[in-house]
Write a protein that binds this ligand. Structure first.
Ligand SMILES: Nc1ncnc2c1ncn2[C@@H]1O[C@H](COP(=O)(O)OP(=O)(O)O)[C@@H](O)[C@H]1O
Ligand code: SF4
Ligand SMILES: [Mg+2]
Length: 368
């Protein structure tokens, strides 16, 4: 399988004005993203997701570590602004309005990234027409301005702007969080359709875990700038093995509250400051499984199943205690039975990613 993005031992810290101390936003993140695949970065606010995305886009310079796009090092001097990389990595914003100039017609906004590629005007116009249909908007929209579109339509335009250059990779930073549930579901379906048609890879940053569950092939759980657990999405949702993932994923809101994930793992206590991180496991002060060693050194990264990696000394104990983790399987079976739809199905062992089902039709009521 072709690797599109490789992030190797990435660190990013920010200076604090008037202080010699630093905010340690990203602390040793490594992952790969393959062609046609969606990797979700999940974690609470402040866990470093956006900073990782910005380093990938070349908008932040890593303190340490490497970002490789199709094997090519994206060092600051060779980043996405370089001619041959232009348009190959694109971004979809959280706030759709942010990517659209209120004074520009929608057609001009969508066309803008093509101008940076120096495409002739005749070719640009044709591609704008094609892409507006691809995001399921009527061509009439092209003559409008941002203010006359709904948030959901604006986000479709934001996606059109991103995909018009045929990127190999799109970084989506909370692309649905500003949208109402109907628009959110439609955007998630649209992103999947586009990926199935084009083979684009997505780095999908979100704290919307039910959307993540639906759209991702793999998932990486971040806590205080580290990926504490990563693996095939179905496996990590079904059997998370890091105490932090168990705590985080138990908060997923499923369509039927009766089949909400139950777990015995609860995390209590203060989150350490990213300015003063311990040398040991960052979760030690909050973790019900912690023993002396957890307070002494950082657990190394371990591969517990193919592609399923985590940092925890006591993942075996988590496996013993977290007996309720079949609830997701129960959710899948029951959703199929009750709603008559298919839900996410990702097989960890498969060569190419597969998913089925439609989100919009399965989880969101029609607008009245
Ligand atoms: N430009 C910046 N200057 C200082 N601190 C920053 C900056 N950007 C992010 N941070 C800090 O880095 C940490 C990670 O932030 P961020 O990547 O935005 O997390 P997330 O996207 O997961 O909410 C937070 O503690 C945040 O306050
Ligand atoms: S290493 Fe120890 S403190 Fe850290 S998550 Fe695992 S059990 Fe908890
Ligand atoms: Mg963020």
């Amino acid at each position: 399988m072709e690797t599109v993005l490789e992030v190797v031992d990435l660190y990013k810290s920010f200076s604090i004005p008037g202080s010699r101390r630093k905010v340690q936003a990203v602390n040793g993140v490594s992952f790969t993203l393959n062609k046609g695949e969606t990797l979700a970065l999940v974690g609470e606010s402040g866990s470093g997701k956006t900073t990782v995305g910005r380093c990938v886009l070349g908008l932040e310079e890593p303190t340490r570590g490497r970002v490789l796009f199709k094997g090519e090092d994206l060092s600051p001097k060779n980043n996405v602004r370089k001619r041959h990389l232009r348009g190959r990595i694109q971004l979809v914003f959280q706030e759709p309005a942010e990517s659209l100039d209120p004074r520009m017609r929608i057609a001009d906004s969508i066309e803008e990234p093509l101008k940076a590629l120096n495409l002739p005007a005749s070719e640009r116009a044709g591609r704008v027409e094609t892409v507006i249909r691809r995001v399921n908007l009527r061509p009439e929209v092209l003559g409008h301005y941002r203010s006359s579109l709904s948030a959901g339509q604006q986000q479709r335009v934001g996606i059109a702007r991103a995909i018009i250059t045929d990127p190999a990779l799109v970084v989506l930073d909370e692309p649905t969080s500003a949208l109402d549930p109907t628009a959110r579901a439609e955007i998630i379906d649209l992103l999947r359709e586009i990926q199935e048609a084009t083979g684009t890879s997505y780095l999908f940053i979100s704290h919307d875990l039910s959307a993540v569950h639906y759209i991702s092939h793999r998932i990486a759980v971040m806590y205080l700038g580290m990926i504490v657990e990563q693996g095939p999405a179905a496996e990590v949702f079904r059997r998370p093995r890091h105490p932090y993932s168990v705590g985080l994923l138990s908060s997923v809101l499923l369509p039927d509250p009766k089949i909400r994930r139950q777990t015995t793992v609860s995390l209590k206590g203060e989150i350490p400051s990213p300015i003063d991180l311990p040398k040991a496991c960052f979760l030690a002060g909050r973790c019900p499984f912690a023993t002396d060693i957890c307070y002494q050194s950082m657990p190394p990264r371990e591969e517990i199943a193919p592609g399923h990696l985590l940092h925890c000394y006591h993942h075996d104990r988590v496996a013993e205690v977290d007996q309720a983790s079949d609830t997701f399987a129960e959710f899948q079976a029951s959703a199929e039975r009750v709603l008559g739809v298919d839900v996410l199905e990702t097989d960890a062992g498969e060569e190419s990613p597969t998913r089925r089902g439609r989100w919009a039709s399965s989880t969101v009521e029609s607008p009245s």
